[in-house]
Design a protein around this ligand. Structure first.
Ligand SMILES: [Zn+2]
Length: 201
């Protein structure tokens, strides 16, 4: 079994969306016991967005069964945006990970300014194919006023942002994806995302 970690590390240096609350970790000593505390936006690093992030929706992460975040996944490589048939192999209930390799800029200044956005008709195609979940190796599918976030949320498709290492995943065959959030009463959550590749060495 080969496991590919698709999560960015969370440290006091992890970048955050401008204006959002940063990830802050504090390690305290109580005699010989070490206890860390953290304060963070749920939208730092590799994380999940639920519809409540932008729409009126009562559900928080704790209300969503784990199955929503686990399943058969495919990578769609959009680094050449002019290629045809990008989504031809996508099947209903697939988890789709859009590969741009922009994650390599995660620690660079401007990461939250210069990211590539999805094309509107890509999102329409994915919605018509009834995918299960959409993951990105960028901070967001779109920029303010976030029409693609809302289009996805209106069809109850959840979004995972700031994935990394998508270049280590196969392009031509599906694999198991896990994007596991905290069991938390919030509109989003930090996640540990990973893929399990069977019989691939
Ligand atoms: Zn988010």
């Amino acid at each position: 079994m080969k496991i590919i970690d698709l999560s960015q590390p969370l440290t006091n240096d992890t970048p955050h969306y401008p204006g959002d609350n940063p990830f802050k970790l504090h390690e305290a000593q109580f005699k010989d016991i070490t206890i860390s505390s953290m304060s963070t936006s749920m939208h730092v690093g590799t994380h999940l967005d639920l519809p409540r992030h932008m729409l009126k929706d009562n559900r928080t992460v704790k209300d969503i069964p784990l199955m929503a975040f686990i399943g058969k996944a495919r990578v769609i490589d959009v680094r050449n945006p002019y290629q045809n048939g990008l989504f031809d192999d996508v099947l209903e209930n697939d988890i789709i990970l859009i590969r741009t390799d922009y994650s390599k800029d995660f620690s660079k200044p401007g990461y939250y300014d210069n990211f590539p956005v999805l094309k509107d008709h890509w999102v329409d195609t994915l919605l018509s194919k009834k995918i299960k979940l959409l993951g990105l190796d960028t901070p967001s599918p779109d920029k303010a006023p976030y029409p693609l976030h809302k289009k996805l949320f209106n069809q109850d498709i959840f979004i995972i942002e700031n994935l990394t290492n998508l270049d280590q995943l196969p392009l031509n065959k599906p694999f198991m994806f896990y994007g596991v959030p905290l069991n938390v009463a919030a509109e989003g959550s930090l996640i540990r995302a990973f893929a399990i590749l069977d019989k691939i060495t």
